[in-house]
Design a protein around this ligand. Structure first.
Ligand code: NAD
Ligand code: UFG
Length: 338
């Protein structure tokens, strides 16, 4: 299939391009590089031995997107492009709504008019808000979102549902990712956050590499096994393979489907810290701090629907995720700028 990958130079997109090329899909990446470095795609090319056609464009740029769609006549689009930093979204909501929602509106319009009505969308477990039940199934209602980022995902989902209802020619798969960590086994690509990381694993790896002094653990008084927050960490390569499974099994014939992509296993912050220390033989200094505003105690998936309908199941465990995150950081202490 000929696939448009928006945001394909970013963390999850670049790993997905590898898996798509590995099974013979033709990929074109559109990215404005607002949160990525073109080096990531150069590294992808070295890993796969195949060229990755790249167009530097903002998905809100209608003319540029029309040009790309006309040139390539895509069969399907995998839509990763968007902003994702929760804290920043609270401070700059307009920026988030504009980029994430305007971007999706323009993309849907241009894709539809070009005749490509097959779409896979990067959604998030954040749309569940404080989940009603654990493990979270796809039938759990979208909740009261804790921040503009999460709300932008929830709104984008709703837009896609409404579009698909109005025009049943659309085939749309909403993938709700849990907490992606890890990196490609080669250590050549991985997550390269700008500034101080917001998320747990990049923070840990930057402590390990000596760029940050110690990890702050946000709260040890939650109602969990050790008082720290519990999440469903999933290896980014497993996540990437989930997209390939969607293309293999249902893309183009589903109407609209929603899948959780997680492992179904919850680990606490302390589990991750200890898992990282054990897998890599590195000590992580930490201190317990106040709870972080907007955090929930526990969130992990029921990934059974993806297994039943897509034949997809996460294969990597916590040790693999910790090893591969560290391998990437150790080899690239300054990310792609090395
Ligand atoms: P990322 O920031 O590494 O990748 C997003 C890419 O989109 C970047 O390369 C960025 O330059 C590009 N981009 C942003 N706005 C654009 C625009 N207007 N036009 C063109 N390109 C644009 O993030 P990621 O972790 O790879 O996440 C990919 C998707 O998955 C995002 O939509 C994100 O919200 C979603 N998601 C991520 C997580 C996570 O924890 N990483 C969890 C759930 C969902
Ligand atoms: N945590 C710390 N210290 C840190 C960072 C995080 O203790 O420096 C804790 C958090 O309190 C939480 C856990 O580690 O208990 C995970 O936090 P992350 O920030 O790594 O991830 P979140 O679950 O808060 O959110 C992430 C993404 C969201 C996405 C969500 C679900 O940031 O965008 O996963 O996919 F929506």
């Amino acid at each position: 299939m000929k696939i448009l990958v928006t945001g394909g130079a970013g963390y999850i997109g670049s790993h997905t391009v590898i898996e798509l090329q590995a099974v013979g899909h033709e990929v074109v990446v559109v990215d404005n590089l607002v949160n990525a470095d073109l080096v990531s795609l150069k590294r992808v090319e070295r890993i796969t031995g195949k060229a990755v056609p790249f167009v530097e464009a903002d998905i809100r740029d209608r003319e540029a997107m029309e040009q790309v769609c006309q040139t390539y006549c895509f069969d399907c689009c995998i839509h990763f492009a968007g902003f994702k930093a929760v804290g920043e979204s609270v401070l700059q909501p307009w920026k988030y709504y504009d980029n994430n929602i305007t971007g999706t509106l323009v993309l849907l319009d241009v894709l539809g008019k070009s005749g490509c009505k097959n779409l896979i969308f990067s959604s998030s477990a954040a749309v569940y808000g404080e989940p009603e039940t654990i493990p979270v199934t796809e039938t759990c209602p979208r909740g009261r979102c804790a921040n503009p980022y999460a709300r932008s995902k929830s709104i984008q989902e709703q837009i896609m549902m409404d579009m698909q209802k109005a025009d049943p020619e659309w085939n749309i798969v909403l993938l709700r990712y849990f907490n992606p960590i890890g990196a490609h086994r080669s250590g050549m690509i991985g997550e390269d956050p700008k500034g101080i990381p917001n998320n747990l694993m990049p923070y840990i790896t930057q402590v390990a590499v000596g760029k940050l002094e110690k990890l702050s653990i946000f709260g040890d008084d939650y109602d969990t096994v050790d008082g720290t927050g519990v999440r469903d960490y999933i290896h980014v390569v497993d996540l990437a393979k989930g997209h390939v499974k969607v293309l293999d099994s249902i893309a183009g014939q589903c109407g609209l489907e929603i899948f959780n992509l997680g492992t179904g296993v919850g680990y606490s912050v302390l589990d991750v810290v200890r898992g990282f220390e054990k897998a890599n033989n590195v000590k992580i200094l930490y201190e317990i701090k106040e709870r972080r505003a907007g955090d929930i105690a526990v969130c992990y998936s029921d990934p059974g629907k993806a297994e039943r309908m897509l034949g997809w199941k996460a294969e990597y465990g916590l040790e693999d995720m910790c090893r591969d995150s560290w391998n990437w950081q150790k080899r690239n202490p300054n990310g792609f700028t090395d």
